[in-house]
Ligand binder design. Sequence first.
Ligand code: GLU
Length: 306
Amino acid sequence: MPKPIKRTRFAPSPTGLMHVGNAFAALQCQQWALSQHADLLLRIEDIDFTRCRPEYSQSMIEDLQWLGIDWHGEVRQQSEHLPCYQDALAQLQERGLIYPCFCTRKHIQQEIKNMGIAPHEEDMHDAYPGICRDIPATKQQQRMQNEAFAWRLNVKKASEALHKPIYWLDELGTQHEIQPETLGDMVIARKDIGISYHLAVVVDDALQGITHVIRGEDLRSSTGIHRLLQALLKLPSPTYQHHRLILDIQGKRLAKRNQSTTLKNLREAGISAQILRDFLMQKDATWAFSYDATAHTIAQQLGSRT
Ligand code: GLU
């Protein structure tokens, strides 16, 4: 019997030029695929039209090609498949598992304050205090005519619908049990874009036959949400592996908002893809360049290390 195909994907969001942190993540996926004789697919996660731009998608594809990342088949561009995600949303809606939420961020924060809980700001989105959960149907309908709204998952109802405990599996075969109530009623369709990353990613992982998700440690907290959605939508669940993030000299993760060095900068400074790859594939590689180091200085130092 032929062995079933293993398949992973690299799924960047084109909200800026590709930086060294993205390159590191792409290489992790590629290394895994090569070591497993697996397919590596490329998916551009561009549903957030408020932040993504087509020119960034194009430059990401060029940067990946330059870096030597080969992918299998066509690139999947999420913005071209919106009906797939809307169908999934409709399924949850028909089963009464989601509800419209009219709250603004400020309203939620105020409510949390009034309740006397002071969670860390970053946790606020998880700590939705249920303001819109029990609005009567007629009132909901009225408000939906006149107000902008997001859709939230009713986690309590979702747990009841599942009956049994659910787990996600890591690469070592360890099962991680999900406690849905700790996830909070998360947003499944945003007010502004009408869908969400969580919903789109589980739909696409299933449609593309992804068996293994290799992604950064920063997304570990989303894995429980994804597993829960897979169980509700009766989608298969891949195995998850969360790789370390490459950090800068201050121990912060490389991200667009920290103005990380872009691949374009490095290319223009004359650094070869091979030098960058070799550097990033070293065990414990850290991007130990000061914030204001020029691409030229970086290129020179990387070049002299090899
Ligand atoms: N598009 C997500 C990001 O760029 C990654 C999604 C995933 O790997 O699940 O952070």
